[in-house]
Design a protein around this ligand. Sequence first.
Ligand SMILES: Nc1ncnc2c1ncn2[C@@H]1O[C@H](COP(=O)(O)OP(=O)(O)OP(=O)(O)O)[C@@H](O)[C@H]1O
Length: 828
Amino acid sequence: MYNRYIPPPKPAKTPSQPAAAASPASWSSSKPYARYIPGQTPTEPQPPAPAQPQRIVFNDDDFPAAKPSKNSPVINGEHAATSEGGKEAKSKKRRRDETDEVIQGDPAESSHEHQQAAEEQVPAAEAKPPTEDQERRPKREKKKKKKQPGSPGVGAVDDDDDAIHKRHRSVFEKVQRSLQIQASVANVDADDKEDGAAEEEAPEAGIEHGLEPLPQPEPVVTGESKATYETLPRWLALPIRVAADKTQPFTALGIAPESAKILESKGFKHAVAVQTEVLPQILSPPDRYGDVVVAAPTGSGKTLSYVLPIVNDISRDAVTRLRALIVLPTRDLVQQVQQAFETCTRAFTANGGRRVEIGIAVGNRMFKNEQSAIMDFEQKYDPQGYQRHAKKRDLIVDLDDWEAEDNPLDDLDVERERPQPLPYHVIAWKSKVDVLICTPGRLVEHINKTPGFTLDYVRWLVIDEADKLLAQDYQQWLGTVLDKLAVEKPGAREFMTTKNSGVRKIILSATMTRDLSLLNRLKLSWPRLVVVEGTKAGEQTLPALLREFAIKIREPSLKPLYLVDLLRNKHMAPVNQDYGVECSAGSETGESEMESESDSESDSGSSSSDSDSDSDAPSFSSSSRVDADEPSPTKRKPSRTTTAEAPKFATTALIFTKSNEAALRLSRLLALLAPDLAPLIGTLTSSTNTSRRARALRAFAQGRLRILVASDLVSRGIDLPNLDHVVNYDLPITETSYVHRVGRTARAGRPGCAWTLLEHAEARRFWRDFVGEGQGASTSIVRAGVVERFRLHEREEEFAEERVRQYEAALESLAREAAGGGEGKGRK
Ligand SMILES: Nc1ncnc2c1ncn2[C@@H]1O[C@H](COP(=O)(O)OP(=O)(O)OP(=O)(O)O)[C@@H](O)[C@H]1O
């Protein structure tokens, strides 16, 4: 900021004063700096004219090259930045400023001056500070002269000399102050370095150069206040909780006694926890309506909780129409749920209800065959409709001659393949099924391509394994289906047991998402969330009777040998009563040892495993068909391999690998390393064709296969009756995946064991993310017990050389087979 000084009125000058000052001698003064003197009036004696009479010019030597500065003020229309000559040049500019302009009071400028002045090294003796008035006066006078160019010069020159002196003093004073400040700053820095800690210096008295800190707003105080509102919708924040051990007779839940009796004969004596809450939510008229979301652990009986009420409802309808859509992520699950529906249908038929027709839609058979399995037609007399049809058909015939490649009416190909009506008749389509159980992709295909396929009458939509299906929206299936379900046809969606109409959605998973953006896509109406007690939002609860073990793999290159040893270990024993042996983990003495368990007596090679199974355990899985021509899994014989002696592998195990390829390879390697187990090993991958998979599952249920090597294809939903052991040969990627994998055992209130093989690099992740142990650990998995560390081998030297050689030979053999020449190619 520049303030102009307004001096008091100037006294009149005597004629003698200006003459001396204006003489040429005064120009050659020894003073280092001279001052611009305006042109003289013609009446006065003229001094020898300098080259540039308007201004004193300084030698370039005095001002080495300087960089332009944008802060430099404009002088005579020429920016100071254009002058060259380094810092001295700035001084020059500054001096010009001082003589040509009155510039005062700008602290920043003042600071700049200090620096310049310091560089000039002016003797301290001259540094007597003038008063402010003295300092300003010459400038003011100079201004005045500028305004009156013709005024006499001698007195003015004297005044100017004084002013110059004063001005110099002012500059020197500033230099002194500046030097003092620099010295004090340097001292502080030195002290700081010496002490190793910065100490607060008392503020330097004197000029602050306008560097006071800007006023700052008050710091925001971040308290630990809690939100006064719930971020989740009410139905999600306040679920309906049901105790895990709750049971109730089916009759108390609205199931007719005759049906309950049939269910009991199938092994379903009473409703288990999740069913006790979900059945009334769906069955009871008329106050209960709206959608139901179910989050309950693996193997807790979620399937029956929707199958029973849906069959109960539909069995009251007189006509077969597509009333229910059940969407599942895999074909194997579709077949398994089909079995559950068949079982329940029998129960309700016994009660006098209409037989509910069940259909499936998966990608493992010809689409045409599937179409004809779910849709039927009849000829209906309708002359007008026939006319319309004939017109359309003629159009198609004409188009047949049209050989354009991009025939815009190619869509009518579908029309061509339709059955043709009799004269004066039309084709009336009708559904052959009441319930369609399907994978999402195939469902969309039927919606788009199957003549007469309509969702107009659908009033139940079930999405099982919902978190998976929502996360991967195959062919935008959900949007397509919901759009179709939004179509209202009067009376089409009326429920038989209530006065309600519309579509009811049942959404289930053991690892239900709480992601609202995903749940919102379901367009739920009046939803209720049912959870089994103990499950909190975001938690994934493991079955209560599951025991988990972790095995350290010291030599990852020999991992398959560890697996063989685990399978042969005495702790790898039957844990379900079908085999007549209690859970044996940690129950035997021998070379293997449970690190955290004391041993107790039991014999994994118990002869009781030879006896026929006599369990009442119910099951409706595809692998346990109850067809007349096949033995019931609940009455199964343990195995053809079971003899009077102890079986080679008395228990059952499902081994998970990271990929299809890994599963196929491990399966073959196991057979090579343990030839005696080879006939008991099966493989389940998505690259195995569906009928083979179904055969393997059936063989497993019947005990002909006892070891299944699988990819994550079967990690969800698959119900393998009496599966004793799950082995994580490869560590799963997510907690959710772990929960589903190990949840293949310890189902429906039975015990089971899960074994995880851990290479060194995986151990940390496992204990931290899946178990919740160690620094920074956190897991969403909730377990009743602890994960036990299990040591397979006692000796330091785990595998004898001979075994390692055998292993290498097996690997070579595998490589030969992979190259196409091996014998074992194409096995199970
Ligand atoms: N009321 C019941 N009484 C006895 N057993 C039952 C009952 N309900 C279901 N089960 C049995 O429990 C087992 C697991 O049932 P289900 O497959 O429905 O579990 P789930 O909760 O769907 O598991 P996942 O989440 O793994 O799919 C099945 O073998 C089934 O036969």
